[in-house]
Design a protein around this ligand. Sequence first.
Ligand SMILES: [Fe+2]
Length: 141
Amino acid sequence: MEIVRSSTGAIFNNAAQAFNHAFFFNCLVPNNKTVEIPVTLQNLIVKYFGSVDEFNNKFIQAATSNFGSGWTWLVQNNLDKGLSIINTSNAGTPITKDFNVLLCVDVWEHAYYLDYQNLRKDYVTEFMKHIDWNFVTSNLK
Ligand SMILES: [Fe+2]
């Protein structure tokens, strides 16, 4: 995190992509298992997005409309601890801003093209079924 926050150019790109990918893989649950959303996080999702379904729709919509290569994130604002969904481009990562990261999905084409071709929405919809919500919840501050 320190390198990501303090570097620019090629060092930033490599460090940030390493961080983003490691974080993304931690968000996934292996072997088609499913993890229920813990009540603590569910209550926050309802508070900030209305319902879990609303959150899913908004997250999928954000990921689908993130133009070009990038990442879609569920983040917690470090100031008021509120949750929101944000997109970053290329190696961009919210940890360089005032956000605590909770969840992310890689929407670079390489992440889904082999299985989904250009159907990014289908890829993200499937991703939502394999989230390790315990990991996401463990990131709350
Ligand atoms: Fe990637």
